[in-house]
Design a protein. Structure first.
Length: 320
């Protein structure tokens, strides 16, 4: 079992986590550390508290409660003992560590001109564990193919947080780059893929080199704001397909429109439980009406795992 993420934690916390049942460790999605409060983990959408002996509990009173020394050591390790070099990450409220694991931060914000300058007195951490699931896109990709242009259709993947959007996006990038279309009639080779990885989660790059398999013809613009990265990628790497995670800002939408005019196909994700919700978000509404995307994939988590619903613009209009 690959547990490299354990190296991020101080020895005391790593020991407790290592004692968790092997099956749960393999399904672990989140680890929440709150100073002075119960240590909590999330595995496949189920939450548990963790005792000092590494046992699971439903009672927060029996759980280990990380102290100030635990949180200070954890912050020291995830910032590589140099907090001042992480000013941009602290402003955004998360730090992505090697392997693409994102650690959200909570504490007291410091404002400058009415905007968050950085976070201080950090006492809350949420590690979201990134995993590579090859083949998760097998049932989706064949339905996104554009046979006329020997490519894929503009596609938006939609779901609430923690439903598998980034995991699906990663596998689609791999398969598109490889030319593994899942349809015997799709006879064209793999395409050039450009990933704009603002949070370093899709490719999990370390020193610019992806730690996940994102395909042989894929280029990654790591830790770069999406809008700027989209334009840089189009100008410098001439991708056939752009992969972008969690769009939402006005500048993201404008950059995607530029990609459309440049003849580049786009597969992106956004937060939401249904397509109709996008109409209530001013920036994203411009991508839905008039339609920018040709296909929509809505992910939903159930007791049996993550399922998906796929629709085109005609079907979306019928549901509106």
């Amino acid at each position: 079992m690959h547990l490299s993420w354990l190296s991020v934690f101080p020895e005391q916390l790593a020991r407790m986590l290592r004692l968790l049942p092997a099956e749960l460790l393999s399904q672990l999605e989140e680890i929440r550390i709150r100073e002075g409060r119960a240590l909590e983990v999330n595995a496949s959408g189920r939450y548990y508290f963790v005792t000092e002996s590494g046992e699971l509990s439903r009672d927060p009173g029996t759980a280990y409660k990380p102290g100030r020394e635990d949180t200070h050591r954890l912050l020291d390790q995830i910032t590589n003992h140099s907090l001042y070099t992480m000013e941009e990450e602290l402003r955004r409220g998360f730090i992505t560590v090697s392997g693409g694991h994102r650690i959200g931060l909570a504490g007291r914000t410091v404002l400058s001109g009415g905007r968050v300058e950085h976070i201080r007195d950090i006492s809350g951490f949420n590690m979201r564990i990134a995993r590579e699931v090859r083949g998760i896109g097998d049932a989706v990709l064949p339905q996104l193919l554009d046979f006329k242009h020997r490519s894929v259709k503009h596609t938006l993947i939609l779901s609430p947080p923690q439903q598998g959007k980034t995991t699906l996006l990663r596998d689609l990038a791999r398969q598109i780059s490889l030319g593994s279309w899942g349809n015997p009639e799709a006879k064209w080779p793999g395409l050039k893929v450009g990933i704009i990885d603002e949070r370093s989660e899709i490719a999990g790059s370390k020193r610019g080199v992806p730690s996940f398999d994102v395909g042989p013809r894929t280029d990654v613009m790591d830790a770069c704001p999406k809008a700027e990265g989209i334009m840089m990628m189009i100008r410098s790497m001439s991708p056939d397909v752009l992969i972008v995670d969690e769009i939402g800002r006005q500048e993201d939408v404008e950059a995607l429109a530029e990609a459309l005019h440049a003849g580049v196909r786009v597969i992106a994700t956004a937060h939401g439980s249904e397509v109709g919700e996008l109409m209530h978000r001013p920036s994203l509404a411009k991508l839905v009406d008039p339609p920018f995307f040709q296909m929509y994939v809505v992910l939903t988590r159930t007791d049996k795992g993550v399922s998906f619903k796929l629709m085109d613009n005609k079907q979306r209009s019928l549901l509106a």
